[in-house]
Design a protein around this ligand. Structure first.
Ligand SMILES: O=C(O)c1ccc(O)c(O)c1
Ligand SMILES: [Mg+2]
Length: 616
């Protein structure tokens, strides 16, 4: 498998891009013409640069607006092609991508288009160059891949085939079902890009919102499987136009792209049930069993405050680490660790980020397979210091530098390391329902790749929620079993709570942690100093939306928020005031009848109420 990426996908100057691409592990690179135009050296120098880095120049692109132009323009176009072919010889690249014509004036005459393309193919034959014709989704007359194929078939030259670009095919809701009509040697090149589903002009969507396979919502696995099933074994090349990628450090982006190819290969291999294909494979995904605990880094005084807050919600301290300043707080199966050990890794985290989530632990059927997957996908893993007779728990480093511990199904991690007082556990909570993590807008894609590739988590469609001073965009990822859930939140506005946390604490971190219980109406209310009051207007609106005035009156009395989905699933929840400087808060939830959302409709109520307190 030759893994390749287009230079347009990452930031930097051309030499910087090539270095980052080679360092990430790719064997091939598509040179985007603009990168070459702005480079001060010659094409031959670029060829040497690539050679020295062990990179094959898989493609030169784009060549535009060729077929169906006026005869005068056609002559000029052929001359333009000659010059580009000469450049490609110097560059050491034999494949050119030709985009379908997007000019509003170009001719719709099939035969004329074919004659033009044939002239180009004839020239290419003489020059030992291959042309891949790509249907841009906004092409004037050729916008579906099959239309490109019909023309290429009519040209009937060994020098001309089609380029399949997943974005152009899938953004129009098209598929590769008719690929059986195309001989393998006529598929010149394959470009891969994903994207979130958006209702917007396809050109804008393509130029600004593409992302790596697995980070978006297009059916990339079906796409790659169809091609592989048909026998395509040429390069897989990423071509991503993305505003965030252009503005982010190129090393991390290039690496994520490489991971996305590995991920897509692994998924494709699985979809095809194939063992002989030259596709990446790693250890099988484990079964996830839930979130075992979350761990806060704190100072001793903050640890005390946080403990008081947890106590006000119904938690009790049920353990103290034998050798470290690490307290375990529990209610039922919901566990919170507060780490205030001086001069430790957690202390270091606290110094950088304030009171924050420095680690979490996930329970899993096979921790070793997750560690092996993390390594295979190029993520750092961690095995912390342990005192004598203390257990060591393996961990993976998350994109923000926090740790995700992995705990095997039947492993008891508490008795060895903690002095426990389990009788103190009040019981009632069933676990950790979800975590909402705030992050810089440009770093969310790193998290998505991490959760998808290493953990095999799945994505939901992004939702937009109000904050009193802007909008927050929330993307949910969860384990396939649905028992570990995260909301990854970003905001473009400078005034939202996320933005302020990002600015003040070097990364936003945890926004809230939600614990779950079986019957919220039976759970003791939060202490009054902690419970977030809900405006009466909210309950009037609930009655207007859902009816059931009696139930709503009870909810009002208990200060419980409510949501219902289209299938009749119900969500009951209660919020706390934010901790300390307002960085995070807690939530207690009850889900009924398969409700799988997060009560987004109620976020505005919470956010405004919190703001009110900050103004006091
Ligand atoms: O947006 C474009 O113009 C453009 C250019 C070349 C490509 O391969 C492509 O997919 C899009
Ligand atoms: Mg393309």
């Amino acid at each position: 498998m030759l893994r390749s990426i287009a230079t347009v996908s990452i930031s930097g100057t051309l030499p910087e891009k090539l270095s980052a691409i080679a360092a990430a592990g790719y064997q091939g690179v598509e040179i985007f013409e603009n990168d070459l135009l702005y480079y001060t050296g010659t094409p031959a120098e670029i060829r040497t640069l690539a050679d020295d880095l062990g990179l094959k120049i898989t493609l030169f692109q784009p060549f535009r607006d060729f077929e169906g132009e006026s005869r005068e323009q056609f002559a000029a176009n052929l001359e333009r092609a000659r010059r580009k072919f000469a450049l490609m010889h110097e560059l050491g690249c034999d494949t050119l991508l030709l985009c379908s014509n997007v000019s509003p004036h170009c001719s719709a005459d099939f035969d004329l288009q074919v004659a033009d393309l044939r002239a180009l193919a004839t020239l290419a034959e003489q020059e030992n160059i291959r042309i891949g014709y790509e249907a841009l989704a906004w092409g004037t007359h050729v916008n579906h891949w099959y239309q490109a194929w019909e023309r290429v078939k009519a040209v009937n030259s060994p020098a001309m085939g089609i380029v399949l670009d997943s974005f152009h095919v899938l953004s129009l809701g098209d598929n590769l079902k008719r690929l059986d009509d195309v001989p393998l040697e006529s598929i010149t090149f394959l470009q891969l890009a994903d994207a979130p589903l958006m209702k917007m002009d396809v050109l804008e969507w393509s130029r600004h919102f593409r992302c790596f396979p697995g980070q978006g919502e297009l059916p990339l696995i079906e796409f790659a499987s169809e091609l592989t099933r048909r026998g395509y074994r040429g390069p897989w090349s990423l071509e991503i136009f993305n505003d965030g990628f252009r503005a982010s450090p190129n090393g991390a982006t290039a690496k994520d792209g490489y991971r996305s190819l590995l991920w897509l290969e692994e998924q494709t291999r699985q979809a095809l049930g194939q063992t002989d294909a030259d596709l990446f494979t790693s250890r099988p995904l484990p079964q996830w069993h839930g979130m075992e605990f979350i761990e806060f880094a704190a100072s001793p005084s903050d640890a005390k405050k946080l403990g008081m807050m947890l106590a006000g919600m119904g938690f009790r301290q049920t353990g103290m680490h034998r050798s470290k300043q690490v307290a375990l707080w529990c209610n039922g199966e919901a566990r919170v660790v507060i780490n205030y050990q001086p001069h430790s890794w957690a202390d270091h985290f606290y110094q950088r980020h304030g009171v924050s989530l420095c680690a979490m632990a996930l329970r899993v059927s096979d921790s070793a397979s997750v560690i092996a997957r993390a390594r295979a996908y190029g993520y750092a893993t961690w095995q912390g210091e342990a005192g004598p007779n203390e257990s060591t728990i393996p961990a993976v480093c998350a994109p923000d530098g926090s740790l995700i511990y992995l705990i095997d199904e039947n492993q008891n991690i508490y008795t060895q390391d903690f002095n426990l007082t389990p009788d103190e556990n009040p019981g009632g909570f069933t676990g950790i329902d979800h975590l909402a993590l705030g992050m810089e807008a440009d770093s969310r894609d790193n998290w998505v790749m991490f959760f998808r590739s290493v953990f095999g988590f799945v994505l939901e469609h992004e939702q937009t929620m109000p904050d009193p001073y802007g909008l927050v965009r929330s993307l949910a990822v969860q384990s396939p079993q649905g028992n570990i859930r995260f909301a990854l939140n970003i905001s473009q506005s400078r005034a939202t709570q996320i933005a302020r946390s990002v600015a003040c604490y070097q990364g936003a971190g945890l926004q809230h942690a939600a614990f779950s219980c079986r019957d919220l109406s039976q759970a003791p209310p939060f202490a009054s100093s902690i419970a977030l009051p809900v405006p009466a207007n909210y309950y009037d609106d609930l009655v207007a939306r859902f009816g059931q005035p009696e139930m709503m009156a009870t909810l009002k009395q208990q200060q419980i928020l409510y949501d219902r989905d289209a299938q009749g699933g119900e969500f009951f929840h209660r919020y706390s005031w934010p901790f300390s400087e307002g960085r995070f808060f807690f939530e207690l939830t009850e889900r009924r009848e398969g409700y799988a959302q997060y009560g987004a409709a109620n976020a505005a109520v919470r956010l405004s109420a919190m703001q009110y307190r900050q103004l006091l």
